[in-house]
Write a protein that binds this ligand. Structure first.
Ligand code: NCD
Length: 313
């Protein structure tokens, strides 16, 4: 790992597919290097830069970790309060963006329920202002994909011969889409998607993979199991009528994990629902890397912010 030097400028990160394997691994290396760097020299890396956080959907860990990451690099952070903004007075999204853009921030971090909104903002911004997607509808969540890869690499030191199982509401999950893209870019050969039928993606839609509905079969010999939240805010009513039954069929538990590799790690992007997607003993136990994921979120977001502002002046 030799990432003492920042990587090339990344003016726009809308999707994990914007990255080639070299860029993706460089960001992971740089995330490790920045996490290990002493606080004071690190604080100079983005001094004088302004980062604007615009979250049009709720968020705890993503918004706060972008803010922590920006502050650790010395940037000034503006948290745009959507609920109290002129968007509630009928101002269009792009007029709001023009208004903020005229104040000359260096980076926009945007979460929006609508993927087209991110594309439209990307086309609208001047080239010297960078845009990072913090989650767009069901489509992409690239910094989550990066933090998931960093967490897997820290525990498994490789990607190619891993068996990775992703279970839960895959149909509505931008986390799953970004994870599958990243794993495929990094050469992971065995990725299994598991969900009840109504929550399965359309055939081949995620990296050409098909989904199954048998978790116990999929989990055999797994090195990594990632559970996803039931994203009710994106679901038609009635898709998961019985949460207790869902937990019995698709919930991760310690007994269920006995079929996995003895060193299998358990991931969840959060927020997680105990005894729905994962049992408390498993979430709080030794296999769980859920809090490592949160910590790694700050590291990868530092790397992405640095890349977003590299060679700007
Ligand atoms: C996810 C999201 O918002 O896409 N959370 C996150 O960013 N860590 C997943 C979710 O909401 O279930």
């Amino acid at each position: 790992m030799n990432q003492a030097e920042p990587i090339d400028r990344l003016p726009c990160l809308l999707s994990i597919e914007d990255l080639d394997p070299h860029q993706l691994l460089n960001l992971l290396d740089r995330a490790d290097a920045l996490a290990a760097m002493p606080a004071l020299p690190r604080k100079d890396l983005l001094r004088g830069r302004t980062v604007m956080n615009l979250f049009f959907e709720p968020s705890t860990r993503t918004r706060v970790s972008f803010e922590v990451a920006a502050q650790r690099l010395g940037a000034d952070v503006v948290n745009f309060d959507v609920a109290r903004s002129s968007t509630t007075k009928g101002e269009s999204l792009l007029d709001t963006i023009s208004t903020l853009s005229a104040m000359q921030p260096d980076v926009f971090i945007v979460r929006h329920a609508n993927s087209e909104a991110l594309e439209a903002i990307a086309e609208h911004l001047p080239t010297q202002q960078s845009l990072i997607n913090a989650g767009d509808g069901c489509r992409q969540h690239p910094t989550q994909g990066l933090l998931d890869m960093l967490t897997i690499r820290q525990h498994k030191q490789r990607f190619d011969d891993l068996k990775v199982v992703i279970v839960g509401d895959i149909r509505h999950s931008r986390v799953a889409r970004s994870a599958v893209d990243a794993l495929q870019i990094l050469g992971t050969r065995s990725i299994e998607l598991v969900a009840p039928e109504p929550l399965q993606p359309d055939a081949g839609e995620l990296g050409g993979l098909s989904a199954s509905s048998n978790l116990d079969q999929a989990i055999e010999g797994a090195d990594v199991v990632m559970a996803l939240r039931l994203q009710r805010e994106r679901m038609a009513d009635g898709l998961v009528p019985d949460v207790g039954q869902y937990f019995r069929d698709y919930g991760l538990t310690e007994p269920r994990l006995l079929a996995a590799h003895p060193d299998c790690i358990v991931m969840h992007p959060g927020p997680f629902n105990r005894e729905v997607e994962i049992s408390s003993p498993l979430a709080d136990g030794d296999r769980s890397v859920i809090w490592n994921q949160v910590g790694n979120g700050v590291a990868v977001r530092m790397a992405v912010l640095e890349a977003a502002t590299a060679a700007l002046d």
